[in-house]
Design a binder for this molecule. Structure first.
Ligand SMILES: *Cc1c(COP(=O)(O)O)cnc(C)c1O
Length: 361
């Protein structure tokens, strides 16, 4: 076995090792076609089967009702920052946004190009260390936008706001990590490179009535950014990111075989608890995040001393615990512990934190 480390990268991030081995095994000859999945037409029988299975597995895993489209698109979650207003502000150009982190803020900045955007709450002045509990939502807003898990700051919505207007959620850094009720949302979107697959595919789950009402689409919306374009063609309007969709299918198969979202949620909660329990009892490591808003996917922490933080990141790396440097907006460290991070990796990290504290505390 070649060298593998525990990779705590925020994204692109670690994938299940058995999925990578399957990809490796099938790379030159996929499903007895004599071709790689990366070499075949997206109209081929073999790829159409991948597209269909990936979609049906995602529907099953998230219990997505029939009145929702599941789309595989490109451009990342960042492109959805434009697609959301372009696809929803055609009739009513008002939208309300909850400002709970860096990506939530970028979504606001982008939407401002297209409509009358109102910030319904913000924790920016407190460095996004908590999720505001009250929101000033306009009664006539077309939709309400949230980032459900704030990747950089390590907060999440434990419960989602109940809104009359459709709730639109960027779930890039937590999709499939916990059970959700899809019917509570008008639209869910997520870049795949955190919890699902390699970079390249973005998942959009959108209520059919919102997508099919062409009055909702702004006239300036480019064809390729219309959700309806891909909805009408089952995500095969143009060449899809075939390889990323294929790996997503393998990840979905594996998640189903290991008990689905309910089972992975229990493991994710256990993993996060191991780190938070250690931090809460530590004299060296601290978390800036409000306890009730803690993410179970991204856990930032600091020692309070920049040199010691740097020493931690360096020594962790020497112990095969990699990519723990925090985002530049927060500093310190960040452990991203997505679905594919095994609990053994988290235990190793906590053991290392304890050793580091004994030596440096
Ligand atoms: C990573 C991330 C993004 C950006 O995703 P891209 O696919 O790189 O555009 C947006 N929102 C959230 C919550 C993220 O974690």
């Amino acid at each position: 076995m070649e060298k593998r480390v525990y990779n705590f990268s925020a994204g692109p991030s670690t994938l299940p090792e058995d999925v990578l081995k399957e990809v490796q095994r099938d790379l030159l000859n996929y499903a007895d076609t004599g071709m790689s999945i990366t070499e075949m037409s997206h109209r081929s029988k073999a790829y159409m089967a991948v597209n269909a299975e990936a979609q049906s597995l995602l529907r099953e895993l998230l219990n997505i009702p029939d009145n929702y489209y599941v789309l595989f698109v490109q451009g990342g979650a960042s492109q959805q920052f434009s697609c959301v207003p372009l696809n929803l502000l055609g009739k009513n150009n008002k939208a309300d946004y909850l400002d709970t982190g860096n990506f939530a803020h970028k979504a606001i900045e982008e939407a401002t190009n297209y409509g009358d955007i109102h910030v319904a709450c913000s924790s920016k002045a407190d460095k996004y260390t908590y999720i505001p509990k009250t929101f000033d939502i306009r009664p006539d807003t077309a939709y309400v936008h949230i980032a459900s898990n704030n990747t950089i700051f390590g907060t999440r919505f434990n419960t989602f706001p109940k809104t009359k207007a459709p709730l639109v959620a960027d779930m890039s850094s937590e999709i499939l990590s916990r059970e959700i009720n899809v019917s509570d949302f008008g639209v869910i979107y997520a870049g795949a490179q955190k919890n699902i697959a390699p970079a390249g595919v973005t998942i959009v789950i959108a209520r059919k009535d919102l997508v099919d009402d062409t009055q909702n689409i702004m006239p300036i919306c480019p064809t390729m950014l219309k959700w309806k374009t891909q909805a009408d063609k089952d995500s095969l309007y143009n060449t899809p990111p075939c390889f990323a969709v294929y790996v997503a299918m393998l990840v979905f198969r594996r998640l189903k075989a290991t008990g689905g979202v309910k089972a992975i949620q229990a493991i994710n909660e256990e993993k996060a608890q191991l780190i938070y329990d250690y931090i809460d009892n530590s004299k060296l490591f601290k978390s800036a995040v409000a306890r009730e808003d803690r993410s179970i996917m991204n856990i930032p922490f600091v020692t309070g001393d920049l040199d010691l933080d740097a020493k931690f990141v360096k020594e962790a790396e020497q112990n095969a615990l990699c990519t723990l440097k925090g985002h530049k907006l927060v500093g310190g460290m960040r452990a991203s512990i997505y679905n594919a991070m095994p609990i053994e990796g988290v235990k190793k990290l906590v053991e290392f934190m304890a050793k580091f504290e004994r030596e440096n505390g």
